[in-house]
Ligand binder design. Structure first.
Ligand SMILES: NC(=O)c1ccc[n+]([C@@H]2O[C@H](COP(=O)([O-])OP(=O)(O)OC[C@H]3O[C@@H](n4cnc5c(N)ncnc54)[C@H](O)[C@@H]3O)[C@@H](O)[C@H]2O)c1
Ligand SMILES: *[C@@H]1O[C@H](CO)[C@@H](O)[C@H](O)[C@H]1NC(C)=O
Length: 437
């Protein structure tokens, strides 16, 4: 509340005085009167520019509207037989198998989740726009891996409403595992709109397709531990406040949770949000510390280790990819059906949110010493105060709820998990070098 005060007091004079709500004028009534002429001028200018904007901007794309074809520009990337490929890929081995759309399937968690589903006999279709946020070579290599297992990834953006509509017509998905997003905390200072594009607009476009679909699939999607923001109470539990995001990334994930609430409420979509805590492992994300530390240590490059205020250690609740994937699968398996169909709600639907962490935060200095041991190279370390770029000092998950309701039980400690990561890293980049030269 204390944070709201200055904003409210700033807004007060703008509240129109014509409501007649107050018997006696509040003390700031004079200010209000004084501000009025100026306000009128500003509102006039505002309306003028709004009108100008509306007149000058092209007509909004609407499904079924004239600009429909423009929305599908991404289709030029798709092979002519993409529909047949999607249908094939979607076929579960057994009758009881799920049919799952995995968005972000060329990504770190998405590729692992898609493979795990396929391996147990579910039908899986992937979707990913292969954006260049990090090396696309890695995304393509993951795609090759999935291709071999019979998982087809559609090269498209989740903002492509027409394509999604078509896809949901072709395949009756029982579930959507939504992992496509603009990830990373620091990049938001460089490219803020990419977060809105994928995590807000993209999520809404996907939910629209889900709610229009018949039957409506159940949705499981990745939120983030970053929604706990500046919370200092640890461990973080689902009931704690999440209204103090420290980054735009966190703010868009929090927005996603609220958007999920409204789609659940209005359309009866069954939605489960999973708050991941620093997921790591083979085929991981190059923008994350464990990954670029490995790269830099091997190259003899200095690594920066950040400290909190007063030399407080920065620590993360590192969670191994296989543990997270198990959590994703049981979230899908325990999801109840959506209640609506074709855009109409038939009754209340399930809405859940769970922490998927490891419950043992490890200081970054410890991460580095494990890597030094595994790589057999001494790191050149530089200690620096943490810049204010959206990173939080500490994360620690309370996973009681996920344990109880999903049977979630992480079993991999950081040293064991990093050993697997390093083994993969050396074979991936080692063999790439050999084939390149
Ligand atoms: N890895 C973590 O530690 C972590 C922690 C918390 C939350 N998450 C969340 O988990 C999910 C998966 O993360 P990840 O680590 O696998 O990241 P990732 O970047 O490897 O995977 C995301 C994939 O989504 C794709 N994508 C992005 N925008 C898209 C769009 N508009 N249309 C289609 N595809 C798009 C990207 O090309 C990428 O392949 C994300 O939602 C992320 O925010 C991850
Ligand atoms: C963890 O969360 C559960 C609810 O899910 C709560 O009952 C418990 O008190 C929390 N534990 C701690 C240590 O905060």
């Amino acid at each position: 509340m204390t944070q709201l005060k200055p904003i409210l007091s700033h807004l007060d004079p703008i509240i129109p005085s014509s409501t007649g709500k107050f018997k006696s004028p509040p003390p700031y009534a004079f200010h209000r009167l004084r501000f009025h002429p100026r306000l009128t001028l500003w509102s006039f200018l505002f309306l003028f520019f709004l009108l100008l904007f509306v007149i000058c901007s092209p007509p909004a794309a609407s499904p079924g509207g004239k600009r429909r074809s423009l929305q599908t520009t991404g289709h030029s990337r798709l092979p002519a037989n993409w529909e047949a490929k999607a249908r094939n890929s979607a076929r579960p081995v057994s009758k009881s198998g799920l049919t799952v759309l995995v968005t972000g399937a060329a990504g770190f968690v998405g590729s692992h989740a898609a493979l795990a589903l396929k391996n147990r006999g579910d039908g899986v279709v992937g979707l990913d726009n292969f954006n260049t946020y990090y090396e696309t070579g890695l995304k393509k290599a993951r795609k090759t891996l999935l291709d071999r297992q019979g998982v087809y990834i559609i090269d498209a953006d989740i903002n492509d409403a027409v394509l999604l509509g078509k896809l949901f017509e072709i395949v009756r998905f029982s579930h959507v595992m939504h992992l496509a997003a603009q990830a990373g905390v620091r990049y938001a200072m460089q490219n803020p709109s990419s977060y809105i594009h994928s995590n807000v607009n993209g999520f809404v476009t996907l939910l629209e397709a889900c709610k229009n679909s018949n039957p409506q699939p159940a949705i499981v999607w990745a939120s983030s531990s970053s929604v706990y923001g500046l919370n200092s109470k640890v461990p973080f539990s689902e009931k704690d406040r999440t209204d103090q995001p420290a980054s735009l990334y966190a703010a868009t994930k929090k927005a996603g949770e609220e958007i999920a609430h409204s789609y659940n409420h209005i359309y009866g979509l069954s939605i489960t949000g999973l708050r991941f805590f620093t997921v790591y492992g083979p085929w991981g994300r190059p923008d994350m510390a464990y990954y670029f530390f490995t790269k830099d240590i091997l190259r003899g490059k200095e690594i920066k280790i950040f400290e909190g205020a007063d030399h407080a250690t920065v620590a993360r609740d590192f969670t191994y990819i296989d543990d997270v994937v198990k959590g994703c699968l049981s979230a899908l398996d325990t999801a109840k059906k959506s209640t609506g169909s074709g855009g109409k709600k038939a009754g209340p639907a399930q809405l859940r949110v769970y922490n998927l962490g490891n419950t043992s935060p490890v200081p970054v200095s410890k991460l580095v010493s494990i890597l030094e041991k595994l790589l057999k190279v001494k790191a050149k370390k530089k200690l620096l105060p943490m810049p204010r770029n959206g990173d939080v000092v500490f994360t620690h998950a309370n996973i009681t709820l996920a344990r109880k309701e999903l049977g979630y039980k992480p079993t991999t400690d950081l040293e064991t998990g990093l050993k697997k990561f390093v083994k993969w890293y050396i074979s991936y980049y080692g063999s790439k070098k050999k084939s390149a030269w």
